[in-house]
Design a protein around this ligand. Structure first.
Ligand SMILES: CC(=O)SCCNC(=O)CCNC(=O)[C@H](O)C(C)(C)COP(=O)(O)OP(=O)(O)OC[C@H]1O[C@@H](n2cnc3c(N)ncnc32)[C@H](O)[C@@H]1OP(=O)(O)O
Ligand SMILES: CC(C)C(=O)C(=O)O
Ligand SMILES: [Mg+2]
Length: 522
């Protein structure tokens, strides 16, 4: 039988302790609603004694999100009556409220932070639990800095607060000092004693990520008897953050035979929740972050892409659909191969390409991918469009005009406010032609230099430039309309360098004029 692991989300309390991540009331409500949709069991909503604003936010969430008995609403208090009052007076509006009390257990906390004896601190904790129990039946007690505490004192504290009525015992690795094997052993020993003392009390863990081991420590705790895990979305939290909810939940789901456990989380809401928290708190998710990073389901190298197209499980242990994404993302880069490019083209509807056409397009794709980090769908449309345009010219036998066509070899454009200028080097048949010009702007200078070389009386009527796809290496698409002897010619070109795109478009228009002037009159 799989064991249910309770998921306690503290994004709105420990997560909100991240500098600059503070949310207003409406934002907190929004996140809490989403956490309910994600089906976390307990939402920690804040620290109500810290400010009137936080008190009010906790109260509103309790009333509006805690209005069913599916989600327990809690908030944090020190072992101080005023804090417990504030928690009770704000969470009491929920159907299922819980008071959460924290108090240090390590020698460092007891002696250095509080300057008290162990017995004094133990008594303060017991009194706090007894006081909280006068308000509510459900009280969680967190033995702060438990992983650095003396084991027998930690147990004595747990035994005393359970006897005083605590219904959940939380064992925090407050400073992220624990190591998985050692933390697993600690939880095993505590679980053994706790289940003998009162098997209704839930044993919980709360890990921090200072050594990058929060998820590993939490999973080790689950293996060793922990019933409940505390985590945050995207692993945000004090300093290096907390255990990431999505990592623990997906590890349990993916490695069922290892953990033999389950949660109530609706995994399809993971990505929505991650993006909401990230955007409201202004905390970007690192691209390679497990589960919720942009690249977590993106595959970029040709060998991997080919393998995935043949069998998803070759390089995929979780379906992106399980966490709420549409599908895997095959990122097209210069390291992609023919299988991936062909599959992307087919998804865009290019199903009729002959092998020769595909090879030509693939060649153009590689040229673009070498100058751009990623090639997006928009870019693929342009590659195919350009390829067809090139091919169309070849279909009409233009070979006997080719000596009259202009081809850009090099350009230099200087853009400054007083004196924009351009120099171009252009090939026409066997000739190499060079010219320079100044203009009212860099494009005007560039077009004047090309016009001088062509010696045609061309008038530019329209010039538009737009960016195709995203990123700083995005393709610039230039579309122009020119007039020559009363005829209008439209031309377009794309390049990652917008000056080159401008020159290509203009030269393409010039070549169309050349064809028209050389074609025999029918
Ligand atoms: C591990 C954690 O994440 S714990 C949660 C951390 N979260 C927060 O701190 C929430 C935001 N904090 C605050 O708004 C404020 O610090 C408050 C409202 C809690 C307290 O503010 P102040 O009264 O001005 O005290 P201040 O923060 O300067 O110092 C903390 C005091 O609480 C005491 N204290 C600290 N932890 C506890 C505890 N668990 N139980 C009882 N007292 C405690 C300290 O000893 C100190 O008391 P002292 O003034 O007698 O030395
Ligand atoms: C309040 C407690 C659980 C905490 O955040 C910690 O110890 O890190
Ligand atoms: Mg914490």
């Amino acid at each position: 039988m799989t064991r249910k692991i309770w998921v306690f989300d503290t994004t709105l309390r420990d997560g909100e302790q991240v500098p600059g991540a503070k949310l207003n009331l409406y934002e907190k409500l929004e996140v809490a609603q989403q956490l309910k949709k994600l089906q976390v069991d307990i939402i920690e909503t804040g620290f109500p004694s810290s400010s009137a604003g936080d008190f009010n936010a906790v109260k509103e969430i309790a009333a509006k999100v805690g209005n069913t008995d599916e989600t327990i609403i809690t908030a944090l208090a020190r072992a101080v009556k005023a804090d417990i009052d504030a928690v009770y007076n704000s969470v009491k509006y929920a159907e299922k409220p819980l008071i959460h009390i924290v108090l240090g257990t390590s020698d460092i906390h007891v002696e250095k932070k509080f300057g008290k004896s162990k017995n004094q601190i133990l008594d303060i904790g017991v009194d706090a639990v007894k006081y909280a129990k006068t308000f509510l039946p459900d009280v969680q007690y967190s033995t702060e800095d438990a992983s650095r505490a003396d084991f027998e004192y930690l147990w004595a504290t747990i035994e005393a607060v359970v006897k005083a009525g605590a219904t959940i015992i939380n064992v925090p690795d407050t400073v992220g000092y624990a190591e998985p094997e050692e933390f697993g052993e600690l939880i095993f020993k505590l679980n053994d004693r706790l289940k003998n003392l009162n098997d209704k009390v839930l044993l919980s863990v709360h890990c921090h990520n200072d050594l990058g081991m929060a998820t590993a420590n939490t999973l080790a705790a689950i293996k060793n008897g922990a019933d409940k895990v505390e985590c945050t979305i995207n692993g945000i939290g004090e300093r290096a953050g907390n255990t990431a909810l999505e990592e623990v939940v997906m590890a349990i789901n993916t490695r069922l035979s290892v953990y033999n456990a389950c949660t109530n989380i609706n995994t399809k809401e993971i990505m929505n929740t991650s993006r909401l928290v990230s955007s409201l708190m202004g905390l970007d998710v690192q691209v390679n972050k497990a589960i919720t990073g942009d690249n977590a389901f993106a595959h970029s190298s040709g060998i991997h892409q080919d393998g995935l197209l043949k069998s998803r499980d070759a390089y995929e242990i979780i379906s992106p659909i399980e966490v709420g994404l549409d599908d895997m993302d095959l990122v097209l880069t210069a390291r992609s191969g023919r299988h991936a490019v062909k599959s992307a083209l087919e998804k865009l509807g290019f199903n009729q390409l002959t092998d020769t056409q595909f090879e030509g397009i693939f060649e153009d794709f590689l040229k673009l991918a070498d100058v751009k980090k990623e090639v997006y769908n928009h870019d693929l449309y342009v590659i195919v469009e350009n390829y067809y345009a090139k091919n169309d010219n070849h279909n009409h036998d233009m070979t006997h005009y080719s000596d009259n066509f202009y081809e850009l070899m090099d350009l230099q454009v200087i853009s400054n406010t007083n004196f924009p200028s351009a120099s171009v080097k252009i090939k026409k048949g066997d000739q190499i032609l060079k010219n320079s010009a100044v203009g009212s702007g860099p494009v005007d200078a560039l077009y004047s230099a090309i016009t001088k070389i062509s010696d045609l009386d061309i008038k530019l009527i329209e010039y538009t430039i737009s960016s195709i796809s995203r990123g700083k290496e995005a393709l610039g698409k230039v579309k122009i309309q020119v007039e020559y002897r009363g005829e209008k010619y439209v031309a377009k070109a794309t390049d990652t360098d917008i000056m080159k795109a401008s020159a290509f478009a203009y030269i393409s228009a010039v070549n169309s004029i050349v064809v028209d002037t050389l074609l025999p009159v029918e």
